[in-house]
Design a protein around this ligand. Structure first.
Ligand code: PNS
Length: 165
């Protein structure tokens, strides 16, 4: 049996914490789809295509990982792909309520898909896309917070934004 899992998220932008979860999940499952939710934010810093580009370039070293976009309900997408597992990363206690609620509603929507949580590495426990966005937009150094390939896309997007203003 081929064990396929989905790792969904907004990934605006993907962080080193996301990449760590992807690398660890890729060892637990035969195949992993990193699924970029296209409708997850109304005012994203990176477009879904830019998030896709950043993620694709960050996971090139992982042969069993591919990156896709999805819209609509996550469980419908997972069932459509034939995946029985959704992977989510968990940081300390702050994520728990949101993740619990999401796992419960997803289970209610389909009993055939289960959510698997991976604890973040300690060194990434303070990292989130929103904190990286804030640092980046306000001109701080975010290079050590995101994979190098994400850094490249962010630099391009932010300098184009600066040129326009
Ligand atoms: O990285 P995020 O923002 O925590 O990811 C959230 C995401 C995209 C996984 C979540 O919003 C999602 O699954 N959206 C699809 C719509 C859906 O299925 N909603 C019901 C479960 S919350």
């Amino acid at each position: 049996m081929n064990r396929l899992a989905i790792y969904p998220g907004s990934f605006d932008p993907p962080t080193l914490g996301h990449l760590d979860v992807i690398e660890r999940a890729s060892k637990l499952f035969d195949d992993l789809i990193v699924a970029v939710g296209v409708n997850s934010s109304k005012n994203p810093m990176l477009s879904s295509d830019e998030r896709m580009e950043a993620l694709c370039n960050s996971v090139r070293h992982l042969a069993n990982v591919r990156v896709e976009q999805f819209s609509g309900l996550l469980v419908h997408y997972a069932l459509d792909k034939g995946a029985k597992s959704i992977v989510r990363g968990l940081r300390a206690t702050a994520d728990f309520e949101y993740e619990f609620q999401m796992a419960m509603i997803n289970r209610r929507l389909s009993d055939d898909v289960d959510t698997v949580f991976l604890m973040t590495k300690w060194e990434h426990s303070y990292l989130s896309s929103s904190i990286v966005r804030e640092v980046a937009v306000l001109g701080g150094d975010y290079a050590g917070l995101v994979p190098q390939a994400v850094n490249v896309v962010m630099q391009r997007v932010l300098s184009a934004r600066q040129d326009r203003s």
